[in-house]
Every structure is written in structure tokens, then in C-alpha cells.
Design a protein around this ligand. Structure first.
Ligand code: NDP
Ligand code: MG
Length: 325
């Protein structure tokens, strides 16, 4: 079932306070929308941090994190996933009261037991399927960004109603809200970002670029072909699907692509995808990521450094400047 405005009431949150922890990409957008929707919102932040000033300037009530968590009937955690566990145990855990709801926009810490809430609270998710700026922009224009909701723990028997009301308050029910589980949202989210959206597509582009440059073609030409034009193709997927993309390219592109594509994404590649999914489901990836953060992210930092030095970045910088992008 898809939930729309007419299916959802805000009443369950009417006399409640929503404590949004964090005022970054999602926190700023969601807390402003909820406040504009008439909910009582406080924002929990570290005093003196860059967000505090911004929140106050935007007309939000800022409180230290522990105070906000104490005040909130719903504590909606919108700080980076890798620091949520630490902040939760330092400032939030002991301030949750019976019947409160603990809420997230991504299920990582609950799915992989980095946060284990008390049994006498609801645990819910309201996850907009778009970046914060878009959530706010669509809300202000009278529309919204679709969202997922989920209930991990239903102590009050009202958990789903609360999640739906929050989704409504950020404008999501104007366009449609789907129900999922913490496990499904977290596992599919990690899979998508590792396999095709970020990891797979970045490596595909780089390998194609390198192949042309190593064969003696100009890096500028390789950049346009393998990287720049990808946007046109993705825009076609977005609006018209994969078959729509084929309809919009030349017959030569279509024949070549349909026959050669499967040689690039060979059965071997799908085997690798299945292995990556198994690592996500077993918690092996989560464990690796938690340890990486505990060690100060050495691998991530060195990969970032190496990424910056790749020729596609150098030529890309020059060409994007030329195109005023
Ligand atoms: P951000 O990186 O934008 O969060 C920044 C906020 O976290 C700031 O208010 C910052 O405060 C605070 N913060 C950072 N470090 C600390 C700390 N050590 N102690 C206390 N506060 C800290 O996060 P996002 O909005 O990107 O992500 C929030 C959640 O939303 C995550 O669960 C994410 O998975 C999810 N999500 C994000 C989406 C997105 O569009 N980015 C899309 C859908 C879900 P200060 O100014 O004091 O540093
Ligand atoms: Mg409380």
C-alpha cells in the first residue's frame, strides 16, 4: 500500500515534542518542515558547533543534545550514521522515557545493533528518498519527496501511526509513502550504493576512461565519452526506463550496446554482486565499517587521496570549468 495525505493524520503527534538531533543535510530540512506543519520541534545540537548558529538563525529552538532528548517524545536522530552510536549512548539512551519513540532516516545502527534501544520505546524510521535540500524545496513548493517508513519496535501500538505522521509533516505523503523494514531499507541501501549507484558506476566509468587513454586516445575525448555523456543516459533511465533509453539512442548504439553490454557485465560480475550482498546481510561489511571508523578511517582517507590523483579528476576539473559546470 502507498500512503497519501488523505490516509494519514497528524493527531498522534499533536501534543508531542519532536527532538531532531542534528541540523545538517536532513536535520535542517526535516525539522523546518515539521515545524511549518505545526509540530512542536526542538533541535538537539552540540553547543558551539557550526549547526547551532544556523538553527537559531532559521528560527528553530536549539538545545544541547541531552536536553533535547529529554524533552522529546520522539527523538529523531539525524547525524552521520558512523557517530550515532557514540552520541546515542552519551546523550540519548538515559533520556528516553517509556512510550517515547526513537526515530531514524536510515536503519544502519539498528539493523547492525550499534544502537540497542530499551524495550519500552517505539523504534521507527522515516526515510525521505532524496537529499535534504530537495525535501525542503519540494515541501515549500507544496509537493514532497517520497519516503519509506518502518517499525522495528512497537511498544505503544502506535509506532506506525507516529512514523506516518512524521512522513506527512515533511510533505512525503503528498507524493507517496511506502512501508519497509529496517533490514530491507538498510540492506538494499548499502547494496545499491556499493554495487551500482556509487561503487560500480565509478569503477565502470574509470575503467572505460583508462581503456581509451591507454589505447592512445586524448583524455579530453575519453572524458566526454565515458563520463560526461553518462548524465544524458541516466536522465533517460530516470524518465523513460531502460527501453526508453534504447529508443532515444541511434540504432548503431542500440545494437552495439545490447550485444556488448552483457560481455561487460558478465555472469562473473553478478557472482561478485551476490558476494557483496552476502557480506551486507551477514554484518561483515558493517563490522568492517565500524572498525574502520574506530581506527580513524585510515583506508577511507587513503582511498580518497588516491581517487583525487586519478587522471580523470585532472582532466575533468579542466573540462567542467570550460563548460561552466
Ligand atoms: P549530516 O552529515 O548532514 O549531519 C550533520 C549534523 O550532525 C550537524 O548538525 C552536526 O553538528 C552533527 N554532528 C556531526 N558530528 C557530530 C558529533 N560528533 N556530535 C554531535 N553532532 C554531530 O548528516 P545527514 O543529514 O547526511 O544524515 C543524517 C541521517 O539521515 C543519516 O542517518 C543518513 O543516513 C540519513 N539520510 C541522509 C540523506 C541525505 O540526503 N544526506 C538521505 C536519506 C537519509 P555540528 O554542526 O555541531 O557539527
Ligand atoms: Mg524523552
Amino acid at each position: 500500500m502507498i500512503y497519501y495525505d488523505k490516509d494519514v493524520k497528524l493527531d498522534i503527534l499533536k501534543d508531542k515534542t519532536i527532538a531532531v538531533i542534528g541540523y545538517g543535510i536532513q536535520g535542517a530540512a526535516q525539522s523546518q518542515c515539521m515545524q511549518d506543519s505545526g509540530l512542536d520541534v526542538v533541535v538537539g545540537l552540540r553547543e558551539g558547533g557550526p549547526s547551532w548558529k544556523r538553527a537559531v538563525k532559521d528560527g528553530m529552538r536549539a538545545l544541547p543534545i541531552s536536553d533535547a532528548a529529554k524533552r522529546g517524545d520522539v527523538v529523531h536522530i539525524l547525524i552521520p550514521d558512523e557517530i550515532q552510536s557514540k552520541v546515542y549512548y552519551e546523550h540519548i539512551h538515559e533520556n528516553l522515557e517509556e512510550g517515547n519513540a526513537l526515530s531514524f532516516s536510515h536503519g544502519f545502527n539498528i539493523r547492525f545493533n550499534q544502537i540497542v534501544p530499551p524495550e519500552n520505546v517505539d523504534v521507527i524510521m522515516v526515510a525521505p528518498k532524496g537529499p535534504g535540500a530537495m525535501v525542503r524545496r519540494e515541501y515549500l513548493s507544496g509537493s514532497g519527496v517520497p519516503a519509506l517508513i518502518a517499525v522495528e519496535q512497537d511498544y505503544t501500538k502506535n509506532a506506525k501511526e507516529k512514523a506516518l505522521a512524521m512522513a506527512k509533516a515533511i510533505g512525503a505523503t503528498r507524493v507517496g509513502v511506502l512501508e519497509t523494514t529496517f533490514a530491507e531499507e538498510t540492506e538494499t541501501d548499502l547494496f545499491g550504493e556499493q554495487v551500482d549507484l556509487c561503487g560500480g558506476s565509478a569503477e565502470l566509468v574509470k575503467a572505460a576512461f583508462e581503456t581509451l587513454v591507454e589505447a592512445g586516445y586524448q583524455p579530453e575525448i575519453a572524458y566526454f565519452e565515458c563520463m560526461h555523456e553518462l548524465k544524458l543516459i541516466v536522465d533517460l533511465y530516470y524518465k523513460q526506463g531502460i527501453e526508453g533509453m534504447w529508443r532515444n539512442v541511434s540504432n548503431t548504439a542500440e545494437y552495439g550496446g545490447r550485444t556488448r553490454g552483457p560481455r561487460i557485465i558478465s555472469p562473473e560480475v553478478k557472482k561478485n554482486m551476490k558476494a557483496i550482498l552476502r557480506d551486507i546481510q551477514s554484518g561483515a561489511f558493517a563490522k568492517e565499517w565500524v572498525l574502520e571508523n574506530q581506527a580513524g578511517a585510515p583506508i577511507l582517507n587513503s582511498l580518497r587521496k588516491r581517487g583525487k590523483e586519478h587522471p580523470i579528476e585532472k582532466v575533468g576539473k579542466k573540462l567542467r570549468k570550460m563548460m561552466n559546470l
